[in-house]
Ligand binder design. Sequence first.
Ligand code: NAP
Length: 249
Amino acid sequence: MRQLIPEPPPPRSRPEPELSTVYAYPRGARRWLRANLVASVDGLAQADGASRGLSGPADLRVLRTLRGLADVVLVGGATVRTEGYHRPVVVREEFAEARAAAGQPPAAAIAVVSSSLDVDFDSPLYTDAVTPTITVTVADAPPERLELARAAGEVLIAGPRGRVDLAEAVDRLVDTGRSRLLCEGGPKLLAAVAAAGRLDELCLSVSPQLRAGDGLRLLDGPAFPVPMKLNLHTLLTEDGFLFARYVVT
Ligand SMILES: NC(=O)c1ccc[n+]([C@@H]2O[C@H](COP(=O)([O-])OP(=O)(O)OC[C@H]3O[C@@H](n4cnc5c(N)ncnc54)[C@H](OP(=O)(O)O)[C@@H]3O)[C@@H](O)[C@H]2O)c1
């Protein structure tokens, strides 16, 4: 057992951890998909239908860092619709040098996972993206919507019909040189990514609040046949939040 709070006695003159070092993608991994979500202490991933009420400044710093390190940010169609994902990832000076050195474009691309293609292809998410937004869908998506998606940017077809085949989608991104992946949810997408065997890491922000009531938990999908085991890799704290980095074993 190790005590994190209150902090152990001196020597404690350690500098503030550098988030981009703490969250660096593992070197040499052919593929690494991490998820980053925030949940209340009682496990809810929604506060009044969105995640904003759970977040805070430190959580946003972690989110920005994880975006700054990623090639692609996967988000589910429902999250794009309900969270107002109308903007692409912006270029941040603080990550520019490292991204260029790693051969990455100036900003991560957002990849919207959607079968219905009920997505606003005229929103800045598509029209203002420095790195073009990707639409990940299925072959039997509504043809007229598919046409709009193709006109708006890159389309990746993964699966013949119904739900996107997430193993195929992830593998296709990796095969095209985008191996540092970040999934920002929501809970249905996260559950499906994990069930597809593509989740390598969970970055969980635990927001210091209890909510009870209805709402989605962190993962929303059928029970796994065997519990997924996690190793606690890193644990940070600020303002009562916990920032845990779990690696799937
Ligand atoms: N706490 C957090 O960190 C956090 C993060 C993100 C979101 N959220 C919250 O979560 C809620 C939305 O999450 P959600 O779980 O309902 O939906 P979601 O995971 O954002 O999106 C699910 C959608 O993804 C598309 N999809 C296609 N293939 C899929 C597949 N194989 N598996 C799963 N989804 C697939 C479908 O989009 P189409 O319907 O377009 O076909 C499906 O409706 C919102 O309230 C949002 O605020 C919280």
